[in-house]
Ligand binder design. Structure first.
Ligand SMILES: Cc1ncc(COP(=O)(O)O)c(C=O)c1O
Length: 357
């Protein structure tokens, strides 16, 4: 079968070697004769996988020693609540850069005083707000570093006078991050870090324990930190696939090497969007994400959108339909997407333009 070029926003493409390893482990986990799907999480073989995953994660992201990561179910959406439960005491500020940021804010507002410090809703979240002042009396500032739906990204680790908490669901492992600038970083794994079913929370240990509310056992990060993410049954399959994905990132040369590839893919596609008379990008140039590349038909050519989707599909290009709140197209060029995939899409755009001239 010809290769399918998968640009799904998440769950998304993972490297072929990861699929192969997952299949092997489902048949026989580490030579135990037991499937990964049936292995007890209390076996030494599983504990070794858990330890290795933690170690790889720490190494690849250069996580300092005063941080610990927990791997949990419930997706990034449950982390919205975890964050507010574990960090909100008096007041928290959220940078409102899209739907996910708003959802995170809503969870905090359900528990206490939380507000949007700045918003880009006025232009349908096509840019990252700047120039806002961060008050010194807030418990934390929450940011969403990559806005998956709108294709905008905060590309630097901002200097923040209060604890900084970031949702990095869709750009973790795509660029070097100075973890020490954050009190906490979380996300769902199902973009660059693995499959759906596991979320990560990288926590500076001394940032916890500052709230007075009752924390239900499962919603208290300390429960999971104390038990190495094994207080209850962990998402075994998802963590295993994450482990293999991290090994692949390491084999590719680590996050810096991956970042160079991601930048090249994004530059290739943005160059075509800017050149091609049929398309235009939707995000402000300086805030363009290197993970989710959003574009629409040029003005006056909107009626061609469905036709282009069908044209691309014939060339085995899938997953490029934009989110309904932006329309048009979104090509998610996560780590496992290759330069060749991007070039196939660029060629389709060029051929479509020639067809419609
Ligand atoms: C930036 C961001 N945050 C949060 C979420 C929600 O993640 P989940 O589906 O794991 O709850 C998504 C999902 O795409 C996302 O892109």
């Amino acid at each position: 079968m010809d290769k399918v070029h998968v640009f799904n926003a998440g769950p998304c493409l993972l490297p072929q070697v990861v699929y192969d390893k997952a299949v092997e482990a489902i048949k026989d986990f580490k030579g135990t004769g037991v499937s990964l799907l049936s292995i007890s999480h209390r076996t030494k073989e599983w504990e070794a996988t858990m330890d290795e995953t933690r170690a790889l994660w720490k190494e690849l992201l250069h996580i300092p020693d005063d941080y610990e990561t927990v791997f949990l179910g419930g997706g990034a959406s449950l982390q919205f609540l975890y964050v507010a439960m574990n960090y909100l005491e008096h007041k928290a500020a959220y940078l409102e850069t899209g739907v996910w940021a708003k959802k995170a804010l809503k969870e905090a507002q359900g528990l206490g005083n939380a507000y949007a410090i700045a918003s880009s809703a006025d232009r349908n979240y096509c840019y990252i707000p700047r120039g806002y002042e961060i008050p010194s009396d807030i418990d934390y500032l929450h940011i969403t570093t990559n806005n998956t739906i709108y294709g905008t990204e905060i590309k630097e680790d901002i200097d923040c006078p209060v604890p900084l908490i970031a949702d990095m669901s869709s750009d973790i492992l795509s660029r070097p991050v100075d973890v020490s600038k954050y009190a906490m970083i979380y996300g769902g794994a199902q973009k660059n870090a693995g499959p759906a079913g596991v979320a990560f929370a990288i926590i500076r240990k001394d940032s916890l324990g500052k709230v007075s509310r009752y924390l239900p056992t499962m919603l208290d990060y300390r429960t999971h930190l104390d038990k190495g993410s094994m207080f209850n049954t962990p998402p075994v399959f998802s963590i295993y696939v994450m482990n293999e994905t991290l090994k692949w990132v390491k084999a590719m040369g680590g996050v810096d090497a991956i970042h160079a590839l991601d930048e090249k893919k994004a530059a290739t596609l943005y160059a075509e969007i800017d050149r091609n008379s049929l398309f235009r990008g939707t995000a402000d140039a300086r805030d363009r994400s290197i993970m989710n590349i959003c574009f629409v038909m040029a003005e006056g050519r909107e009626e061609l959108a469905d036709e282009f989707l069908a044209f691309a599909k014939e060339r085995r290009i899938v997953g490029i339909k934009g989110h309904r709140s932006v329309g048009g197209f979104r090509a998610s060029t996560y780590n496992a997407c290759t330069q060749e995939d991007v070039e196939a899409l660029v060629k389709a755009m060029q051929d479509f333009e020639n067809l419609k001239k």
